[in-house]
Write a protein that binds this ligand. Structure first.
Ligand code: KG4
Ligand code: ZN
Length: 329
């Protein structure tokens, strides 16, 4: 069975071919045009998807040595994401599906991030705790099986990725903020400055990152005044505060559920400081991270999950549309 996956929820235009559960190609075109605006401009993202989609899909087919007529189904991200960006991908997928006379399977982007872990580790078994950390979401899930998801906690304000992006903007490090802060932090001392770790009540599995963002804003006001030139220390200390919070909440989730397995999903999972600290704090547990290329937005997770949904017939007919705030449950 051959599935073409299409992902256009934000600023990555991506296509992937999945054949019998194996990823043959994973083509991602990051829209660098947004860098000069310091963040994603939704209207520009939609237009860029329109320009890039044909080429990205074509490349994924060519590199996989698959003829377009060999595809059995197309899977496409339905949400969550930017409305226009999602609609561009969905319209493209439906047009192609109608033309080829094959089904189009809508896929939840968040579920895609979670299932990317099965690409990293095909022998992964349910149940497990999942820390889902992306640009728009920070959630802890208890995953018992396909479509058996219980939300343990989530952010009450900003997502962890947002905290990285906003922090990087305040530090003048550019967009996307996560990789920029991580790079700057390499030569910094994470203990030089103290930024708050908002842990809420003793057993809470919820997150809150808006106070952290405010604290770096005030800190930088003073910092610029004193003219101390060690941005690396600030970046490292700020990154450490986000990482410590994520790790503590994950530790609590594992404690409270008794799970011995934990997976990390979403763009922030690419952060090496987070990976190292999780392994340090939870040495008894089985912690799984996908490859870096499978953490940030990609279509491999969409083609793979699309195949699972298609095989188990868990999908609706063609009359679906974009759901910008689509939930997991
Ligand atoms: O999953 P993703 O690619 O897109 C969404 O679904 O939102 O996540 C994007 C987020 C951005 O906020 C970006 O700054 C963050 O993931 N990110 C990172 C790293 N790479 C991407 N955050 C920390 N460290 C990284 N290396
Ligand atoms: Zn994502």
């Amino acid at each position: 069975m051959i599935i073409l996956g299409i992902e256009t929820s934000c600023d990555e235009t991506a296509a992937s071919i999945c054949k019998d559960g194996k990823i043959l190609t994973n083509i991602v075109s990051q829209q660098i045009i947004h860098k000069k605006f310091g963040g994603v401009v939704p209207e520009i993202a939609s237009r860029q998807h329109e320009i890039l989609l044909n080429r990205v899909v074509d490349t994924s087919l060519k590199e996989a040595k698959i003829n377009i007529n060999q595809i059995d189904a197309i899977s496409v991200t339905q949400g969550p994401g930017l409305t226009g960006a999602l609609l561009t991908g969905i319209s493209f997928a439906k047009g192609l599906g109608l033309g080829l006379g094959i089904p189009v399977v809508p896929v939840n982007h968040l579920e895609g991030h979670i299932f990317a872990n099965f690409l990293a580790e095909p022998s992964l078994e349910f149940p497990f705790v999942c820390l889902l950390v992306s640009g728009g979401h920070t959630q802890l899930w208890y995953i018992e099986g396909m479509e058996k998801y219980a939300l343990l906690g989530e952010t009450r304000d900003d997502a962890a990725g947002e905290a990285f992006d906003k922090g990087a903007r305040i530090l003048g490090l550019g967009y996307p903020g996560g990789p920029a802060i991580e790079k700057e932090a390499i030569h910094g001392n994470p203990n030089k400055y103290h930024f708050p770790r908002i842990l809420l009540s003793k057993n809470s599995l919820d997150f809150s990152f808006s106070g952290l963002k405010t604290s770096i804003l005030y800190f930088m006001d003073d910092f610029e005044k004193t003219k101390i030139k060690s941005l690396a220390d600030v970046a490292a200390s700020y990154q450490q505060a986000i990482v410590d919070t994520l790790v503590e909440k994950t530790r609590r989730a594992i404690d409270q559920t008794g799970a011995d397995r934990c997976i990390i999903a979403g763009g922030v999972a690419a952060n090496k400081c987070l990976r190292n600290k999780l392994e340090l704090v939870l040495p008894e547990n089985d912690i799984l991270f996908p490859d870096f290329s499978l953490c940030t937005d990609n279509a491999a997770m969409i083609s793979y999950l699309g195949q699972l949904k298609f095989q188990s017939k868990i999908f609706k007919k063609m009359n679906f549309s974009a759901i910008p705030n689509l939930k997991l449950v």
